[in-house]
Design a protein around this ligand. Structure first.
Ligand code: NAD
Ligand code: DAU
Length: 353
């Protein structure tokens, strides 16, 4: 048995493949374009492991993806590949439309062609699982109920609009063509191998480097944090038992204001790696101009996933953030490869691009 996973040189996909192969021997075909966010260092532990096949390719390349599907005959495709950073979508939305919308369309078409020709039994068992975000639902006021799966889509950034479009395509490919799809909409992830453009790893690394810790606006925006390994276990559970055509919200019931998240990281660093000058990391907090169109609050109602599939997160925010800070302190090699550009040089030497 084999699964094909896209975008698994990235943060969540990388964690997913590591967890998958730690738990079973089912082969993984990993299709990733290796954008700036893709990092094969994350999968270093799988070097020489015949259960993991890495292919550098764009999900929109129907020729390559079609050949891989025909060759490896996966029982499922899990789509993590995306442009994922909201700030980058504001300065340059084009890549987000290209990968998240056009890329997902082409991937769906490649998969539909493969699936249509499968024998009846394989056809019935096949799944296309699309990994999406809570940002498609828009923003919440302080006293609004958390997002449920029936909440109307109201995306506010080019990133969330492109993800919402991809979710709609996935839905339509099920309703029109019968493709057996599943969609997950998850809240903010954090944990090992998180690219340091995102709030939590950025703050950890800036703090250690003595740099400012940038807080957008008043820092009172709320995100609902989930440890990445819990997201991975939710995806495995939905793949295993999710009802075809359904969407499942994934979240950890951990709503936190950004400023509180940053202060928590500072306190952990004060304990785990105190500054030589005896000062507190919190003094590095700096308020900067807010993100345009910044969503004020996200909160996920994950009752459906708990009730129907029996999934629950293993980590609290307190246990997960401690593990995360400890991981960054213990994995300086991964960090310096990502931040120094050495990894990018390796990619161009290795792949000539
Ligand atoms: P990431 O940016 O860390 O990784 C994305 C990966 O996709 C990279 O390895 C990149 O090289 C690859 N990629 C980009 N464009 C590609 C293309 N055209 N073809 C093939 N590969 C391509 O992202 P992430 O944080 O790991 O997010 C993974 C998925 O989960 C995304 O779909 C994202 O929308 C979704 N999601 C993320 C979060 C979060 O908090 N990070 C929360 C909910 C949902
Ligand atoms: O909600 C799920 C989404 O979470 C995913 O779909 C996205 O792929 C992922 O990037 C994440 O989006 P956010 O915009 O919420 O994550 P980010 O880490 O960029 O920012 C988290 C919050 O912190 C947000 O309110 C903006 C704020 N922020 C971010 C940065 C990078 C700051 O205040 N300062 C910063 O320097």
């Amino acid at each position: 048995m084999t699964i094909l996973v896209t975008g698994a040189a990235g943060f969540i996909g990388g964690n997913f493949v590591l967890d998958w192969l730690a738990g079973c021997d089912e082969m993984v075909i990993n299709v990733d374009k290796l954008t700036y966010a893709g990092n094969l260092d994350t999968l270093k532990g799988l070097e020489g492991d015949i259960r993991h096949v890495f292919v550098r390719a764009d999900i929109g390349d129907r020729d390559v993806v079609g050949k891989l599907l025909a060759e490896y005959q996966p029982r499922a495709v899990i789509n993590f590949a995306a442009e994922s950073h909201v700030d980058r979508s504001i300065t340059g939305p084009g890549e987000f439309i290209q990968t998240n919308v056009v890329g997902t369309f082409n991937l769906l078409e490649s998969v539909r062609g493969y699936w249509a020709d499968l024998a009846a039994e394989q056809k019935a068992a096949f799944r296309f699982l699309h990994v999406s975000t809570d940002e498609v639902y828009g923003t919440l006021a302080a006293d609004d109920p958390a997002f449920s799966e029936t909440k109307a889509f109201e995306p506010n950034s080019p990133y969330s609009a492109s993800k919402a479009a991809s979710d709609h395509l996935v839905r339509a490919w099920h309703h029109t063509y019968g493709l057996p799809v599943l969609t997950t909409n998850c809240s903010n992830n954090y944990g090992p191998y998180h690219f340091p453009e995102k709030l939590i790893p950025l703050v950890i690394l800036n703090a250690l480097a003595g740099k400012p810790l940038p807080i957008y606006g008043d820092g009172q925006q709320i995100r609902d944090w989930l440890y990445v390994k819990d997201h991975c276990s939710a995806i495995r559970r939905v793949l295993e038992a999710g009802k075809v055509g359904e969407t499942y919200n994934v979240g950890g019931w951990n709503e936190k204001a950004n400023l509180d998240v940053v202060k928590t990281i500072c306190t952990l660093l004060d304990e785990l790696q105190p500054k030589a000058d005896g000062k507190a990391y919190i003094e590095q907090i700096t308020y900067v101009t807010d993100r345009p169109g910044h969503d004020r609050r996200y909160a996920i109602d994950a009752h459906k996933l708990e009730r129907e599939l029996g999934w629950k997160p293993a980590e609290t925010f307190e246990s997960g953030i401690r593990k995360t800070v400890e991981w960054y302190l213990a994995n300086q090699d991964w960090v310096s490869n990502v931040t120094s550009g050495a990894y990018r040089e390796w990619v161009s030497t290795q792949y000539g691009a």
